[in-house]
Design a protein around this ligand. Sequence first.
Ligand code: C2O
Ligand code: CU
Length: 430
Amino acid sequence: QVVDGTRVFQLDAQEGSSELVPGLQTPTWGFNGDVLGPTLRAEEGEQVAVEVRNSLSEPTTVHWHGMHLPAAMDGGPHQPVAPGGSWRPEWQIDQQAATLWYHPHPHGQTEKHVYRGLAGMFILDDARSRQLDLPKDYGEDDIPVIVQDKRFDSGGGLVQDSQGNELGLLGDTVLANGVAGAVQEVGTELVRLRLLNGSTARTYDFGFDDDRRFDQIATDGGLLAEPLQTTRVRLSPGERAEIVVPMVPGEQTMLTSFPPDLGDVLVPSAFGARDRFDVLLLRAADQLQTSPPLPVRLSDGAAGPVASEASVTRSFEVQDRQINGRSMDMNRIDAAPELGSTEIWEVTNTHGVPHNWHVHDVQFQVLDIDGAAPPPELRGRKDTVYLEPNRTYRLIMRFEDYADPDSPYMFHCHLLLHEDQGLMGQFVVT
Ligand code: C2O
Ligand code: CU
């Protein structure tokens, strides 16, 4: 709904109950409903506002993951919404088309709030993405796919305990858009899936059970320069990828999570590296509408900053629940980049446990990994990247538009138990 030139959304965090597994009622939390939340959608340049209401019995927040916006609107741990309270952030969309998402970010409680079901997609469009010949009929050939794993107790409740696993909670049931055994009917020759790993701890390696090729067209922060033909896409918690899958009449294929290569981790089996799951069955109609071939060029891939523009290099070592030997402190600022500056962040996971790295406010680019060019799927705009142990990821980013010395943004591991346990730091743009 647009009021005086501002697109206004409403989100009400509430308790509910949902049939995540057919025949089983599970107490869940959702935005405007029992589980998950509506897909929000806005256009570059548009002014947006969100009327957030908290109908839960404890404080929560809503964070716009991947969004470039003022820190006071970011919805991190410094913007709690009290039970029964409300919050109305407002900002202008100032970035290219992308598949972003939103989720709670309350201090020390993020894992629980996301795991219970609070999450939704926030899709951005721009003039170029509207013109490109890509599947873009929402719900028809352009499908959001929020992937989350859960574990249930005998009464149907969600098991919340990670049972001593360092990674956090690994579920034995994988849901697509809040449903186990999900099926998507397809009526076109090409179908676009917007994949979001909305899990708290699990990393997936997505592909199809028949190993068919598909094209990856976008990373976290927008379209790749050109479609990337592949058979697999690895996503750690918080990461997104858009893929376009070819279908023939009458067939079906299973979106599958294959055992992911987590790099040099200590106990691969305990971290999900041996697990395989069915995620979403694509079922093609007997007659399919023709889809235009994918464009050869998707975006101006060279638009990001280059290393010679960087004025500051910072090093971050991830070890256990600490960054450079420190745990999250709401009252400590760990970095203060200057407005308009470009920085290189060198991030190393020196712990034999999977971690990843998420930075608020910016989309970064991976310059190199241990000095080597990143693989093609990491050459796009990213806000979250998996950290294979004992490798150094050099990320480049520019801090633009919004300076506020009093409101910090976060950077952290997006394995939510780790984040809650202190694997997070704060920066202000000055
Ligand atoms: Cu998706 Cu700081 O979070
Ligand atoms: Cu971690």
